[in-house]
Ligand binder design. Sequence first.
Ligand code: NAP
Ligand code: MG
Length: 505
Amino acid sequence: MADYKMLIGGELVEAASGETFETFNPGTNEKLADLPRAGKEDAVKAIEAARKAFDEGPWPKLSGKERAEKLRAIAALIGDNAAMLAELEALDSGGTIRKASLADVPGAQQAFEWFAKLAEEQPDRADLPPAVFPQSENYRLYEPLGVCTGIIPWNFPFIMAAWKIAPALAAGNCSVIKPASYTSITALKLAQLITEADLLPPGVLNVLAGPGGTVGEELASNPMVDKVAFTGSTEVGRRIMQLASGTVKPVTLELGGKSANIVLDDADLDLAAAGVLFGTFFHGGQVCESGTRALVQRSIYDEFVSLLADRAGKIVLGNQLDMMTDIGPLVHRSQVETTERYVALGREEVGEPICGGSIPAGLPEGLAKENFFEPTIFVDVPNSAKIAQEEIFGPVLCVIPFDTDEEAIAIANDSIYGLAGGVQSGNLERAQKVAAGMRTGTVWINDYHMISPERPFGGYKQSGIGRELGTEGFDIYRQVKHVHVNPETSGRNNHIQYSALSANI
Ligand code: NAP
Ligand code: MG
């Protein structure tokens, strides 16, 4: 028996096969729970349930205001259970309790509130001005797409679930979600809370747990699915696009990054050092938009590098449930191994890091030391080095010198990715010129990691397709229909328009 159930067609269920898999606290390696291990059969059932709910159920026909009420009730439910959800999120993912309680859980709640507001306020009909045809009335209808699936990574499991569920449901779609296998608990818990509170008609929301290779592939390829939204690695993103192409499904892809945080010589250096460290090491660097390349102007380079090293030494690693911990364990031992491989490569490519570089010594007793990694800084890194080009998804910063603003922009853009970036400067006009030159979906000036459900988020280049959040993140869940009405219901006038194209009909 699993400790948590999946949600399919309004029922909380085990996997059809009865199989389960274990999930762990990476801080201690203690087992947290047995979860149902869905297979293809469960994925198909969930998609069928969503299809039926969309084609025959009330949800897509409700008014935006009615849907908004349900989404606000989900937001309130998250708020009522915030402490429990934050603790589960921290335990299962290794993210700190600080992050879970200050960012993940309130961020998810805010996403439901934001998309409720859009469901209520965004019109589902908009008139168009008269077109070339003299006697016609034209308007747009905005309609839901149908069945929307969401495939979620392990770095921000709860907030990512909200980002996939809230806009889909707000626009009138039905949804099937699959969290990452390392971190499925909080999505399952949310499904349980929503079901027990009887907030949604059956099949409107379905939540599975199980492997990407089977469940995820079904969600991306099944012909009954109308759209797939994916957040994760660029490699799997390419696979999702291939799978979705079979029935020409629209995709939203939020993929990897190697973002540049540019420090100009007029920046407040203390503040900029804090910004660069926060931009890189928040959540152990397991953030797609982390500023893992710090581009530092040569005239302040040496001073800035020593500030970084001083401050990095004060970062506290420890139990993720302690409010004073800055970085907990990485999500899984495999992520530490990836980091170790890149750090070994960095030693070959550029030499010893100025701090970090290994599994930390001196962690409190009882912690699984092998799942932690020290904040690590390589300096004088050529932008062409592999550690500056490839996404590591661990606590590794590359510091790269530059001379002019133009050079900084060119280095920042010399990447296959284009998710985000930062500019740290005392001159807002200059900073905004640099920001305008950066080919990325977000730029933070004198800030970092500031993501709000009200602002669009997504990538240029191989960082993805489409924007989540903002009003853009609502529009991607709607179809646009153009309706042309000729008010003449009989007689010659209709005919005149056809006869211009076809003389003898
Ligand atoms: P991942 O391996 O791409 O997995 C992401 C999700 O896709 C998981 O739910 C996974 O399921 C599933 N999946 C794996 N193979 C699949 C397949 N063949 N078909 C369908 N689904 C499949 O990425 P991750 O390791 O979880 O996350 C780290 C990566 O995500 C990093 O590269 C990071 O940059 C990126 N990321 C990007 C953003 C963004 O907003 N741009 C945000 C977060 C993370 P299983 O867990 O069962 O394997
Ligand atoms: Mg876990």
